[in-house]
Design a protein around this ligand. Structure first.
Ligand code: HAM
Length: 488
């Protein structure tokens, strides 16, 4: 017997797998239910009490002697996208694309597989410890990208002088991080990125934040649901200068300080002290990072400080754009990626239940870390997972049923060819047509309702003899005989 279970055998298994089907099919996109890995021997534990449990022999027999049912779950932390989830994903991505278009950004794309060298950074970032990295068959060290920014930088360098600045690019792509999974954090996720190269003023960040706000508004989320915390790494830089801490420690200090709230203050202190930062400086840093008002920051750093003037400019632009109620200053936002150099921001749910919805900032010196000339740049990444959790919590998930225009149904097998011609001609006119065969009329009506078809086209013998079909308008319930040539 073949090792692959036959359809008949799988059908035999089906009633007993009911409970499992429910638990595993619980939409991974929508609910992120923990995936259950199961094998025939574990079916006994999982099967419902109403159905008899499956013995190992039965399972072996059902799936083919000597083989066991494969694990039907995707690898831990990754998702399948059955039709309902795919519709939701497409809807979200359409909104990402539409906002990008409105902001005049062009779409780009990159391989998910990149050379590892692009992601080797020495600042101790979490992301570099979560790499899906391996050697390919040619002995090259490669990674499944954990983020898209380095690929963007690579392409900007590759295109060189042929691109005219400023350049505004967006992309939507899958990223891989070997993460500890929490709600909205997965090992694979899609990220919408918008990035601007060649704008050094805060106009760049102001445009990006408008894009984020427009997206939220399109999804039905308002500023009482979500806020965007904004700060600048230049705040930390100024504090480090106050305590005469060498510039070369800046990135490492940022990466450590970003862990505030995730690990204890004592642990942060320990890490900073081991870098050579004095205890006075540690206390100074932590004190400044607790500031939540721009005027307080101005008192501490002085109005001449670049961090202060840039942030003030951003908040004044936010008034002009009309999104000031979405943003707030919060010095504790530092972000965990090494390359940020200026303004940084993160969107959060005001109920505080979820991880960051999106995040970004300015990274004016990334290109030189790849050996190229720097170009000022800023951008953000917006994941597909946390936003869906939020939409679910707020009851804002859209109703996205599968929809077709027409169902064509031959009432007699001899009319198969005619039904094919009718379906084909309607499809050529752009209508979506489901051609149904070998079903009872009752099933066809139910199916039509389920997929929201607007018309049912019945191809029957007597009408066919008159060169016509019966057309039932499913919303008005009216029925007409229509000549085939007149069918539109
Ligand atoms: P990031 O903060 O690491 O930044 O990720 C950006 C967003 O991607 C997060 O706010 C979240 O929505 C989503 N995300 C990240 N990791 C996961 C995960 N494991 N599961 C689900 N969603 C996740 C970056 O990646 C930067 N490259 C963004 C950027 C673009 N900065 C400038 N340009």
């Amino acid at each position: 017997m073949s090792a692959v279970p036959s359809l008949r055998h799988l059908l035999l298994l089906r009633p007993r797998l009911r409970f499992i089907a429910l638990s595993t099919s619980s939409s991974p996109f929508l609910s992120y239910a923990p995936s259950h890995h199961f094998s025939p021997s574990s079916l006994r534990v999982l099967s419902s009490s109403s159905s008899p449990t499956l013995t190992q022999e039965e399972a072996d027999e059902a799936v083919g002697k000597g083989s066991s049912l494969i694990d039907v779950n995707p690898p831990r932390g990754t998702r399948d996208f059955p039709p309902d989830d795919m519709r939701l994903r497409n809807w979200l991505f359409q909104n990402f694309r539409e906002v990008s278009r409105i902001l005049s950004f062009e779409e780009v794309d990159f391989p998910v597989l990149e050379l590892e060298a692009l992601f080797i950074r020495k600042a101790g970032e979490e992301i570099t410890q979560q790499l899906y990295n391996f050697e390919d068959k040619g002995g090259r060290r490669v990674v499944l990208r954990p983020e898209i920014t380095p690929s963007l930088a690579r392409l900007v360098i590759k295109q060189g002088k042929s691109v005219s600045l400023p350049l505004k690019w967006f992309t939507i792509g899958q990223c891989w991080r070997y993460e500890r999974m929490t709600r909205g954090r997965r090992r694979e996720h899609y990220q919408w990125n918008m990035d601007i190269f060649g704008v050094s003023k805060v106009r760049g960040e102001a445009e990006l934040i408008q894009a984020i706000v427009l997206l939220f508004e399109r999804l039905g989320i308002n500023s009482s649901d979500v806020g965007i915390r904004v700060s600048s790494r230049k705040v930390l830089q100024a504090v480090l200068q106050m305590y005469a801490i060498p510039d070369n420690l800046f990135t490492q200090v940022c990466v450590i300080v970003d862990k505030l709230g995730k690990i204890t203050r004592e642990e942060i202190e320990k890490e900073l002290l081991s870098l050579g930062v004095s205890i006075q400086a540690v206390n100074g840093i932590i004190e400044v990072l607790s500031l939540k008002s721009l005027s307080k920051l101005e008192e501490v750093l002085g109005s001449e400080e670049e961090a202060v003037s840039e942030l003030k400019k951003l908040f004044s632009l936010a008034e002009s754009y009309g999104y000031a109620d979405w943003i707030c200053f919060d010095a504790s936002v530092v972000r965990g990626l090494a390359y940020y150099t200026g303004i940084v921001f993160e969107a959060f749910d005001r109920e505080g239940k979820l991880r960051a919805i999106c995040g970004g900032g300015r990274y004016d010196r990334l290109l030189s870390t790849f050996g190229s000339e720097d170009i000022p740049a800023c951008g953000f990444g917006f994941g597909d997972a946390v936003i869906v959790e939020l939409l679910k919590d707020k009851g804002l998930l859209p109703d996205l049923a599968h929809r077709v225009d027409d169902i064509v149904f031959p009432l007699d097998e001899v009319l198969d060819g005619t039904a094919s011609r009718i379906a084909s001609s309607l499809r050529k006119k752009g209508r979506s047509v489901d051609l149904v065969e070998d079903k009872r009329l009752k099933w066809v009506f139910k199916h039509a309702e389920r997929i929201g078809a607007s018309r049912l086209i019945l191809v029957g013998n007597s009408e066919w003899e008159r060169g016509a079909v019966r057309v039932k308008n499913l919303s008005t319930r009216e029925e007409f005989e229509v000549k085939i040539d007149e069918l539109v």
